[in-house]
Design a protein around this ligand. Structure first.
Ligand SMILES: [Zn+2]
Length: 469
């Protein structure tokens, strides 16, 4: 029997087909419902289409039968003026979707699988007997879709004139199987639903903390953490946040049948900290990897972690004129000391290669990592060097290389961390950190227009909110 992988969808999805045709005209003034599933898949075939003013929106919405409001402008009313929106449309030439086939839900008998249920008990509950069940099971062999019936799955029977015509097994909101009876026997079809994607705009002003401001803007805890993670390379959310800082973001919501099933990714965000504004755009490259970049294509990540250890306090700062606490002589302190319990993991601040791992005088057990030609980092007083760390070993940013201790000249457990640029010691707390690898040039023709549009959209939506107040 044939297992058909079908893209057959419920009516809304047919809007994709509408978009598909329209998007081939570069600046088609079409309101496109947020159907940018392509963005999710990292599909390269994307076109940015500017939405039309409200009149056009209406017209097109009518013809597509479903006026989907793409952007839920948090606090703004639905009646506010039209918001120019962008949508990423799949420009694949062939619309694979046929005309909508409405599913008449009333005739379906739905039975939820409970623990202890098997196909026999479920057929019984549906008023059907073995004479209906066995031909079906035999008809779809070697497929065994009912082998792993789980509580929570839903079985739906379409019974016509007392006979089973279709059976649908809903494994999740996104995946189901449909078995239908036809002249030649039974046919099994796998139906995968692609959720609709809606863009949501939120903004907030910080009075006390990002967390509280995020909550009152209606962001989930996860979204707040994601937002902090994106800007965490530039902003220290524990120390740098001030009253008056602000944020804006656009993220995706995934919907099925008009119901939000979960949050998607943050696709563009802005954070203003002490008057300085940072912007981040999510981009999926041609290999399918997604990362955040500045609108100029720089990585939001830095090539180095600012602090390579979770620490309780800074016990000694970088000081070229310090008197040494043990020797009582003038001895510069060429790094930062992070007091932390013995055994706390120490991470490599960046990608690189171990050039030394072992004991070295006052440093005690120490690891030195070289990062490209220009940079080296040094981690001293370890209680233990991580096994395998030896000269030539390649490490990634964040890899554990050893553990906090007090070997060598140390008054207590801490990490002594040094950062050298071209052989010169620099203050690890203030040295400007280079960005991680920027977006490759060949990605720019896809990324730049997207970045421009997203920045413009953040602007416009913010103004729309001001106007609405
Ligand atoms: Zn030190």
């Amino acid at each position: 029997m044939n297992l058909l992988k079908s893209t057959k969808q419920f009516p809304k999805t047919h809007l994709v087909a509408v978009c598909t045709c329209a998007a081939t005209v570069a600046l088609a003034l079409v309101f496109i419902p947020s159907q940018d599933v392509a963005a999710e898949r990292g599909d390269k075939r994307q076109t940015i289409v500017l939405a039309a003013p409200s009149e056009t929106q209406k017209t097109v919405s009518e013809t597509t039968t479903k006026p989907t409001n793409q952007i839920d402008t948090a606090k703004a009313e639905a009646t506010q003026p039209a918001i120019p929106v962008i949508a990423l449309a799949d420009t694949s030439p062939e619309p694979q979707l046929s005309a909508p086939t409405p599913v008449v839900e009333e005739n379906w008998l739905r039975i939820k699988v409970r623990s202890g249920d098997n196909l026999t008990t479920l057929f019984k509950k549906a008023g059907l007997g073995a004479n209906e069940m066995y031909p079906l099971i035999n008809g779809i062999k070697p497929e065994k879709p009912f082998k792993r019936l789980m509580p929570g799955h839903q079985l739906e029977f379409l019974i016509v004139d007392g006979e089973l015509s279709k059976l649908r097994l809903e494994k999740s909101k996104l995946e189901s199987l449909v078995i239908s009876k036809n002249e030649s026997g039974y046919q099994i079809e796998k139906v995968e639903r692609v959720p609709d994607v809606q863009h949501v705009y939120k903004q907030g002003n910080i009075e006390q903390s990002l967390f509280l401001a995020g909550q009152s803007a209606g962001l989930s805890q996860t979204k707040i953490m994601e937002l902090a993670g994106i800007f965490g390379w530039d902003v220290d959310f524990a120390l740098d946040i001030r009253k008056g800082d602000s944020f804006r973001l656009i993220y995706e919501e995934l919907l099925l049948d008009g119901e939000v099933i979960k949050d998607g990714n943050i696709i563009a965000a802005e954070f203003t900290n002490q008057g300085k504004t940072f912007r981040a755009i999510r981009y999926t490259d041609s290999k399918g990897d997604s990362n955040y970049f500045t609108p100029k294509g720089e990585s939001m990540r830095k090539a180095f972690l600012r602090t390579p250890v979770d620490f309780a306090r800074i016990s000694s700062r970088f000081n070229p004129n310090r008197r040494h606490p043990i020797f009582k002589t003038k001895r510069p302190h060429r790094g930062v000391d992070y007091a932390s319990p013995t055994g706390t993991p120490i991470k490599s601040a960046g990608d690189g290669k171990v050039i030394f791992a072992g004991r070295k005088g006052g440093y005690g057990k120490v690891v030195i990592v070289q990062h490209g030609q220009k940079y080296t980092t040094l981690y001293a007083h370890m209680s233990r060097i991580k096994p395998g760390m030896k000269r030539g070993k390649r490490v990634k940013q964040g890899n554990t290389i050893g553990y906090v201790g007090s070997t060598g000249y140390a008054t207590g457990p801490h990490l002594h961390y040094e950062f050298r640029v071209n052989g010169v010691h620099r203050n690890p707390l203030t040295v400007p950190l280079p960005h991680a690898k920027p977006l490759p040039k060949k990605e720019h023709k896809n990324f730049m227009p997207l970045a421009q549009e997203m920045v413009a959209q953040l602007e416009t939506l913010a103004q729309t909110q001001i106007a609405a107040k």
